[in-house]
Design a binder for this molecule. Structure first.
Ligand code: ATP
Ligand code: MG
Length: 449
C-alpha cells in the first residue's frame, strides 16, 4: 500500500529533499462524507470510473470537506485525456490553452476535470521539451505534459490541496502529508518553495487567500521567500491578476486577505499606486471598511461587485493624485477627472480592469462630489443616476471609516425613503452651509486677502 516517491525538486542538490510517502486513508478513518459532494460531481466521478478511467475528487473539494466545510466547487483529476472526457459528456467544453481542461456543465454548476499532469521533472532537464517551458525567471510558460497520479499530486501547490478522494472505495489518498498539515492547520508548498513560487508567482496570492479563508498558518519555509519574491508577480498577465484579486477580496475573507497581503508586501505588485499612497501616510480605513462590509454582505448571501471593491482599493491613490493636482492649482472637478484617468491608466498595467467595471468605478468616484450638493433639483437627478446605489454605499463606507463627518449618509437614507412631499420638505430645509466638510486634511487654507 505504501510507495516511496522520489522528490522532484530541481536544483535541490544543496537543499534537503523531502521524501513523500503515498498513504491511503480508508473510509472509516476520515471524515469525508459523500453527502457533502454534489450530485453532478458524483455523476462525473462515476461515469469516468464506469468507462474504465481513474477519477478522483481533488483540491478544495476534498480539503474543505475534511475541514467540515461545504466546498464551493469541485475539481476532478483523471487519467482520461481531455478529449476522452469531452466525448463522455455531451454537456462539456474543452477550455484553456495553457492548461487544457474540461468543464462539465450542470445548470449553473461547473465540474472542472483535469487530466493527471506530470511536472515532476526539473525544468533544466526538459529545456527542449515543447510541452513544458519555463522563462528566464523560472516561470512555467506551458505545462501540458500528462503524467500519472503521483506526478499530478506533486505538481499541485499546497500539500492540503493534493488530497484525492476515491468514490469507488471511499478512501482518501494523501501524497504529500496533506492530512498532517490539515490537522496542524498549516499551508505548506509541495517541494522547494522558491522554485514553486518562481514557476508560478500566483501561488503567493493563493497562499494568502487560503491562509485567510481557512485561518491557517503559512508554514515558515513556505512563508520565508514570499516578500523577497513578491516582485515576480509583475510578470504575470494583468488579466490573471485581476481574477486573483477578485478571488482574494470576494470570497468572504477580504479583510484577512488584506492583512496578509500587507504582511508579505504583496500589495505593491497588485496595486502600486495604493501601496505608495499608504506608505506616504494615506490611511487604509476606507479599504478596510469596504472589505468588512463586503465580508458581511457575503456572509448574508448578498452579492458584491468588482467595481465597488476596486473603487475602494484605489481610493487612497486617487486622493493623493487629486490633491496633488489641486495643490498645483487645478480646479477641483477637472483635477478629479484627470486624477481618475491617471489612476485607472496606471492600474490596468498591474491588474487589468475590464471596461464594464472601470466605467461604474469612475461613476462611483465622481458621484462622491455630487452627493453633498443637493439643492434644487440636484438631489433628484443624483438619485436617478444608475450608479446612485453604489455611490451611496460608498459614501456610507467613507463615513463609517471616519473620512467624512457623519450626517450626509443618513440624509440620503431618509431621502430615499420619503415620498415626494417629504423630499420637498427635506430639500427646503437644506441650507447652503450644511454640506459636510472633510474632517481630515482640509486642503489649502482659504486665502484671507
Ligand atoms: P477553491 O476552489 O476553494 O478556491 P481550490 O484549492 O479548489 O480552492 P482551485 O483554484 O479550484 O483551488 O484549484 C484546484 C486545485 O488545482 C488546487 O487545489 C491545486 O491542487 C491545483 N492548483 C490550482 N492552481 C494551482 C497553481 N497555481 N499551482 C499548482 N497547483 C494549482
Ligand atoms: Mg476549486
Amino acid at each position: 500500500m505504501f510507495k516511496r516517491l522520489m522528490s522532484f525538486m530541481p536544483g535541490n542538490g544543496k537543499k534537503k529533499i523531502p521524501t513523500y510517502i503515498r498513504k491511503v486513508i480508508p473510509r472509516d478513518q476520515h471524515t469525508v462524507s459523500r453527502s457533502f459532494i454534489s450530485d453532478p460531481a458524483k455523476k462525473v466521478l462515476n461515469r469516468l470510473n464506469t468507462a474504465g478511467f481513474e477519477a478522483y475528487l481533488v483540491g478544495g473539494g476534498v480539503r474543505d470537506i475534511l475541514l467540515g466545510e461545504r466546498p464551493k466547487d469541485f475539481d476532478i483529476a483523471t487519467d482520461a485525456t481531455p478529449e476522452e472526457v469531452h466525448e463522455l459528456f455531451r454537456n462539456s467544453r474543452l477550455i484553456g490553452r495553457r492548461f487544457r481542461i474540461v468543464h462539465v456543465l450542470f445548470g449553473r454548476e461547473v465540474i472542472e476535470v483535469t487530466t493527471f499532469r506530470g511536472n515532476a521533472t526539473a525544468p533544466d532537464e526538459d529545456q527542449n521539451d515543447d510541452d513544458r517551458k519555463t522563462s528566464e525567471h523560472g516561470l512555467l510558460l506551458r505545462d501540458n505534459v500528462y503524467g500519472n497520479m503521483e506526478e499530478d499530486a506533486l505538481r499541485r501547490d499546497f500539500t492540503v490541496n493534493a488530497l484525492y478522494y476515491c468514490i469507488r472505495d471511499f478512501s482518501v489518498i494523501d501524497f504529500a502529508d496533506g492530512i498532517r498539515d490539515l490537522d496542524n492547520r498549516q499551508l505548506r508548498l509541495i517541494g522547494d518553495p522558491e522554485t514553486r513560487y518562481r514557476e508560478d508567482p500566483v501561488r503567493m496570492l493563493r497562499a494568502v487567500r487560503f491562509a485567510a479563508k481557512l485561518d491557517f498558518d503559512i508554514e515558515p519555509e513556505t512563508e520565508a521567500p514570499m516578500t523577497r519574491l513578491a516582485p515576480l508577480l509583475s510578470h504575470i498577465p494583468s488579466a490573471r491578476l485581476f481574477e486573483e484579486v477578485l478571488k482574494l477580496f470576494s470570497a468572504g475573507y477580504g479583510e484577512a486577505s488584506w492583512d496578509h497581503l500587507n504582511r508579505y508586501e504583496l500589495l505593491e505588485p497588485l496595486f502600486p499606486d495604493t501601496a505608495r499612497a499608504l506608505a506616504a501616510g494615506e490611511p487604509d480605513t476606507v479599504i478596510r471598511q469596504a472589505l468588512q462590509n463586503t465580508d458581511r454582505r457575503l456572509q448574508q448571501g448578498k452579492s458584491v461587485t468588482p467595481y465597488f471593491l476596486y473603487a475602494a482599493m484605489l481610493w487612497p491613490a486617487l486622493q493623493v493624485e487629486w490633491r496633488r493636482r489641486q495643490d498645483e492649482g487645478e480646479p477641483a472637478q477637472p483635477a478629479l477627472h484627470q486624477a481618475i484617468a491617471k489612476i485607472i491608466g496606471r492600474q490596468v498595467q498591474a491588474t487589468a480592469i475590464p471596461k464594464r467595471f472601470s466605467g461604474p468605478m469612475k461613476e462611483i468616484w465622481e458621484l462622491q462630489t455630487r452627493l453633498p450638493r443637493r439643492q434644487g433639483k440636484r438631489a433628484l437627478v443624483t438619485l436617478d443616476h444608475p450608479r446612485f446605489r453604489a455611490a451611496y454605499d460608498f459614501l456610507l463606507v467613507r463615513e463609517a471609516a471616519g473620512e467624512i463627518e457623519p450626517g450626509l449618509g443618513q440624509w440620503w437614507t431618509e431621502f430615499q425613503e420619503m415620498d415626494e412631499r417629504g423630499r420637498e420638505k427635506m430639500l427646503s430645509e437644506l441650507s447652503s452651509s450644511d454640506a459636510p466638510r472633510k474632517r481630515r486634511r482640509s486642503r489649502k487654507p482659504v486665502s484671507k486677502d
